[in-house]
Design a binder for this molecule. Sequence first.
Ligand code: ARG
Length: 462
Amino acid sequence: NTGKLWGGRFEGGPSPELEALSRSTHFDWRLTPYDLAGSRAHANVLHAAGLLTDDDHAELHRGLDTLGERYAAGTLLPDPSDEDVHGALERLLLEEVGADTGGRLRAGRSRNDQVATLFKAFLRDHARVVAAQVLDLVEVLATQARGHLDVIMPGRTHLQHAQPVLLAHHLLAHAWPLLRDVERLRDWDARVAADSPYGSGALAGQSLGLDPTAVARELGFTGSSANSIDGTAARDFVAEFAFVTAMIGVDVSRLAEEVILWSTREFDFVKLHDSWSTGSSIMPQKKNPDIAELARGKAGRLVGNLTGLLATLKALPLAYNRDLQEDKEPVFDSVDTLEVLLPAFSGMVATLTFNTARMADLAPQGFSLATDVAEWLVREGTPFRVAHEVAGACVRRCEELGIELADLTDDQFAEISPQLTPAVRDVLTAEGSVASRNGRGGTAPQRVREQLDELGGVVAAH
Ligand code: ARG
């Protein structure tokens, strides 16, 4: 025997080239605590089924606990001859408790149901970490919004001035999608929790009278797989997790891009805190939004992890195929990426200072009040189609004269249309415009205050 998990039907050991290709301990070693937890639960059902004596059961637990302590101390390491974390831990357990007792643990399980379960348990833990970090960012956005409830900025569509909006309203527009991402992680978790694959064996289930529900419960799941083939072969839980992490990256990247634009001299809307920005090795004056740029860049990497995974899964026949070992590195990377990105990004957003005077100054410019003129006319009884034309004519006249809408004289208004009485001036301020958009979800200060409360309620429920 070569010390491998198989040997009976093999005459020689694996070639070094095969070992080099096959080895996964350099990335799956982090599943060790989950594998040990699975083994404890498995020992318990073997014992309950009468397949382990009390002594063997206790000895296995002692061995598994010792391995757990060594792992925590950083002294438990795989050997280059180990193929994966599961094989390595079995070898180490045999060293710890002897081949006779250690060799009983593998009964009724396969690395196929083992790895599918452990991977779920690992991702569930990290889904909670990532969700908490995303919630931190949501709270940072809400705090910035609450601190700027009176600041008006140019709202844009097509990156062109569109209509004035509250800065708070704009910031909260980044918070809501992130909150939905947190909800996605929760939905995902509930689905995964109901489906512990332990007990599926290699693909067909186990014949030893073991209780998969007991294992599931011990590992924090609410139920076990209804179909052992599905339990071992499905990886939609990985793809869905990769999607949510990619979506978080994409949502963050949209704010990142705005921070990058806003910190340019041309926009001059925000100043980055020194501790959350970088300088240049050659240009002494530089202050760069590296955190935002890295966020933008890493979104691409998160999307790539998702698409790579889907490509691996496409057309893969049932049940387990070794291709499935490729499922781990991309999501490990997604988890590592977000867990280091999100705290940095939240810190950057929390310490942004807004150039509120400049935002307010630009808010009514670029004819962003033209819609207010049209809607004022509608309130005065003009059909919107006509009102749109009239307001458009105002803009054209202003462009000819090189002025803004509020600079038109009463006579010039009357010349464009007799319906444009001086009372139209009431809506020709950014404040008036913002205050008038007071339907639910609108940018009126009162509505945005309510929105903050609503958001706070959803955050508190998590
Ligand atoms: N390390 C493998 C994986 O991550 C599990 C081992 C299953 N291998 C096997 N030959 N059935 O997918």
